[in-house]
Design a protein around this ligand. Structure first.
Ligand code: THU
Length: 132
């Protein structure tokens, strides 16, 4: 079992790596694999706004290129009063690469968090089964 509080701390730490040049909204993510490795992510913005990438996707892509394929949980830290909620694009990508049982910890600007699962965040998702 992983240490949820440690994962939350890592996501908050990852927020310092964000490059939110246009929105000034810092987001950090920490993704833990089944074998206990933690991968950090942060949002990186671009002057061509649509090329911006979210913290969740930088974390999961970084894990994938390191050879990880099985994941336990992701913690996401935002600058907002309310608990940050992953965008629709990230929900879809996390569903594809981490699966519906992924635990999701959504953290507010005070470091408090709320826990859910990807299945709760993205019910009836489109997935590779539809393509077979
Ligand atoms: N953002 C994330 O990194 N993750 C989320 O879950 C929500 C939004 C980023 C994208 C953009 O850089 C900034 O937050 C404002 O939308």
């Amino acid at each position: 079992m992983f240490d949820a509080k440690e994962l939350v701390r890592k996501a908050i730490e990852a927020k310092t790596k964000a490059l939110p040049t246009y929105s000034n909204f810092h987001v950090g993510a920490a993704l833990i694999s089944k074998n206990g490795k933690i991968f950090l992510g942060a949002n990186i913005e671009n002057s061509s706004y649509g090329l911006t990438i979210c913290a969740e996707r930088t974390a999961v892509f970084s894990a994938i290129i390191e050879g990880e394929r099985e994941f336990e949980a992701i913690a996401i830290a935002g600058d907002s009063e309310d608990y940050i909620s992953p965008c629709g694009a990230c929900r879809q990508v996390l569903m594809e690469l981490c699966g519906k049982n992924l635990h999701v910890y959504m953290i507010n600007q005070n470091g408090e968090y709320k826990q859910t699962t990807l299945d709760e965040l993205l019910p009836y998702s489109f997935n590779k089964e539809f393509l077979t």
